[in-house]
Design a protein around this ligand. Structure first.
Ligand code: ADP
Length: 768
């Protein structure tokens, strides 16, 4: 196609590229340009629009982009400010050949028609359809594309024009438009346009996606907001002020001393609560949970007092005697202070009830200025009682360890694990292993309570355990604890405890002054000997309390102004004496021997009865007997058979007779081998018909050969013998050091005889 050069008025623009097909408005300020336009309008109305590269004073060919557009002037209007408004329609690409020397008001240009003839017909059609489809697709994902342009597209057959029209109708940056304007080759322009459209479609899609997400979020927030407002107004309507509850939780949360994780978790729960139906049971559960979490001490702690002198003063202030126990505790506290370990090893106080274990623990807490909480483990069988229930259970609760901590309100209290020997396990899990986790300093930094759900730090808790019997503590627990034994009190000790501590305590409790009431020494002694029989002083305290209450009433009723309780009038307050000094069964009897037993609640005497009757050599054992005791009985019988000759017992005696051994008294099972010599003595007496002395009690294990082996619990046993009014006690010789350890007061008046063999026992016990 021959290129024709023509001269046209030039409109120079900046930041605009007039792709063919574009219709635009320009404001023209320069009069000369406007004039040229008007001139042109008189003819064919064509002008040339060129884009300027850089703003410059003088327009030269070099300052303009080479390709511009020959455009048709549609309209020209003179504006009030003397400028001109021109409406142009870009028609065809043209190349600048030269610019006039007169400041670029006219240019010589040559048209560049699209070189579509070079394309294959099919190829062109394919390109045409493809580009249209892309544009339709774009119009679907991108808002703001003129729908008229879509319609007209279908009527245009030329590829070049189609592409230009599409580009004109696609919002594109100036640089891209300019680039497209400069692409004179149709195929090249097509390729560029395809890339541009594809990019635009992708961008539009991603944008739409982002838009949708943002919108959804905004919508949800808005929805929640409206719902909450509505809920609020319903609440107000119902006269409930429940929203303040959530605010209250948040306020408490803000004041909580806890790690960020814990706070975040609680916050999450509070948020959850706000989404729940207010009156529903789920909200109820959630509320309980949040409250529990808020009440836990987390990182809150109290300051310890590490003053050993003060600790000693407090222990002495609260407890009479117990020197060994106090010493052990003070040693323990000193080590704890020096090592600076918060929790440290665990003290376990073992002894009969009422001997002051709990109150020692309380004094330790006092001495260290620690919060004190008591967790009762007696009868705990279900692991969940220690570790809590999972919250999915109806009525789920935290375990008693977490609960204890909540009560304490600090993370470093003294926690008393009362009656640790009374935990047992059943099918619902292993309580002792749960406890082990509580007590194990390796694990308890992250103790998991099923209900709480967030690990609890128990490493700062000082645990003190109590137990009646060491034997009943699960072994792994026992191994982790530092055992301190607290033993029974003697009558004298009880007297001092009563006089110096319990009476004062009860006076205070009952609002009495010493000027109003006196319980004299004789009365106190009588309470101890005739109204109580126990290892500790709990019953004694109760009886003193009873006297105080009755006296208080008397005084208030105005019957008396000052009361003195003495040995004589004591029965007015406490009724008839409950215990008489045991004088019964001191007769010598055949087949009855008196043993001494240790039980978790103190010492006790036990009578062993044996009956012999014709039969087939059966040995029957009844009464309160444990397995070990049964074995002991069999060993005793074996021994007797081996010495049958000496006692002139018939050879076939044991084949022709049945032996029945029975331990009648006592509700507490007395297990242990220490009744061995007693049983053997009773059997031998029954077989030989030689009576056993009623004034003797004995304890000791027996071997098949009749040797007497040492046993435990001597202090309790001797005390039991003494309170039963028995003076003479047979004790294994190997227990001599234990006896010497017992206080002078207990041994006083007792005739303790050490024995090594059954021979010696029978020599002393059987009355020939
Ligand atoms: P436990 O825990 O061993 O069963 P408690 O600690 O409950 O016994 O003691 C029972 C009562 O006896 C408490 O009031 C306690 O203060 C008092 N008590 C026990 N031993 C002594 C003691 N040595 N000195 C003073 N009071 C004592």
């Amino acid at each position: 196609m021959p290129m024709s050069t023509r001269t046209l008025p030039a409109i120079i623009v900046k930041d605009a590229a007039l792709l063919p097909g574009l219709i635009v408005n320009f404001t023209i300020i320069q009069k000369k340009v406007a004039k040229a336009c008007e001139e042109s309008l008189k003819g064919d109305g064509l002008v040339f629009v060129a884009s300027q590269k850089e703003p410059s004073e003088k327009i030269t060919k070099e300052s303009l982009y080479e390709i511009g557009a020959i455009s048709l002037i549609r309209q020209i209007n003179k504006m009030p400010d003397k400028s001109f408004q021109v409406m142009l329609e870009s028609k065809i690409r043209a190349r600048i050949v030269s610019v006039d020397a007169d400041g670029g008001f006219f240019v010589d240009v040559e048209e560049i028609p699209d070189n579509e003839e070079s394309l294959d017909r099919i190829e062109k059609e394919a390109m045409l359809r493809h580009i249209r489809e892309l544009f339709f697709e774009l119009s679907n994902v991108k808002p703001g594309i003129n729908s008229n342009s879509l319609k007209s597209l279908n009527t245009i057959e030329e590829l070049g024009r189609t592409i230009d029209l599409i580009l004109v109708n696609t919002p594109l940056p100036y640089a891209v438009r300019l680039e497209c304007l400069e692409i004179t080759d149709v195929r090249e322009r097509y390729e560029r346009a395809v890339t541009i459209l594809n990019d635009e479609i992708q961008v539009a899609r991603v944008r739409n996606d982002l838009n949708r997400k943002v919108k959804e979020k905004v919508n949800k927030n808005q929805r929640d907001y409206y719902l909450r407002e509505e809920m609020d107004s319903i609440r107000k309507e119902l006269g409930e002020d429940a929203l303040s509850e959530e605010q209250e939780y948040r306020r408490e949360l803000a004041e909580l001393t806890a790690s960020d994780e814990v706070k975040a978790k609680i916050e999450k729960e509070i948020n959850r609560l706000s989404t729940l139906h207010d009156g529903g049971s789920e909200a109820q559960v959630e509320r309980g949970y949040i409250e529990t979490l808020l009440e836990m001490p987390w990182d809150k702690e109290s300051e310890d007092r590490n003053d050993i002198i003060a600790a000693k003063e407090i222990l002495d202030r609260d407890h009479f005697g117990l020197e060994k126990v106090k010493d052990r505790i003070l040693e323990f506290l000193s080590v704890r202070t020096l090592t600076g370990k918060g929790g440290g090893p665990i003290i376990c106080l073992i002894g009969p009830p009422g001997t002051g274990k709990t109150s020692i623990a309380r004094s330790i807490a006092d001495a260290l200025n620690k919060q004190y909480v008591r967790v009762s483990l007696g009868g705990v069988r279900d692991e969940a009682e220690i570790r809590g229930h999972r919250r999915t259970y109806v009525g789920a609760m935290p375990g008693n360890i977490a609960n204890g901590l909540r009560q304490a309100g600090v993370k470093n209290p003294l926690m008393l694990l009362d009656e640790i020997d009374k935990v047992s396990s059943d099918y619902k899990g292993d309580t002792s292993s749960a406890l082990l986790e509580v007590l194990d300093s390796e694990q308890n930094k992250h103790f998991r309570d099923h209900y709480i759900g967030i690990p609890i730090d128990l490493s700062e808790v000082m645990f003190v355990a109590t137990a009646n019997s060491a034997g009943d503590i699960p072994r792994p627990l026992y191994d982790r604890m530092e055992i301190i034994e607290v033993s029974s009190y003697t009558e004298n000790e009880k007297f001092h405890i009563g006089k110096d501590y319990l009476i004062k305590k009860q006076f205070e409790k009952n609002g009495l002054q010493p000027s109003k009431l006196t319980i004299n020494d004789a009365a106190l002694k009588k309470i101890i000997s005739s109204y109580t029989r126990e290892a500790g002083v709990r019953e004694l305290e109760r009886k003193i309390g009873e006297v105080c209450r009755k006296a208080a009433r008397s005084i208030l009723e105005g019957k008396e102004r000052k009361i003195v309780v003495n040995g004589k009038n004591l029965s007015d307050y406490l009724g008839k004496e409950k215990y008489k000094k045991d004088t019964a069964a001191k007769k010598d009897q055949v087949g009855i021997a008196r043993g001494l037993a240790w039980t978790p609640v103190g010492g006790d005497t036990l009578s062993i009865e044996v009956n012999i009757m014709p039969g087939k050599g059966v040995v029957e054992l009844t009464g309160q007997m444990g397995d070990v005791m049964k074995e002991s009985a069999m060993a005793g019988i074996s021994y007797i058979r081996s010495v049958a000759d000496k006692y002139k017992i018939d050879k076939d005696f044991f084949e022709k007779n049945d032996i029945h051994i029975h331990i009648p008294e006592g509700a507490v099972p007395k297990d242990g081998p220490s009744a061995g010599i007693t049983m053997a003595t009773a059997v031998l007496s029954a077989v030989t018909k030689i009576p056993v002395s009623g004034r003797i009690a004995m304890t000791g294990e027996i071997t098949l050969r009749g040797r007497v082996l040492p046993v435990g619990g001597l202090k309790e046993k001797i005390l039991a013998a003494k309170s039963a009014g028995i003076r003479r006690v047979l004790v294994p010789v190997e227990n001599k050091p234990d006896i010497e350890d017992i206080s002078e007061e207990i041994r006083e008046g007792m005739d303790i005889i050490y024995v090594t063999s059954m021979k010696e026992v029978t020599a002393l016990a059987l009355v020939d």
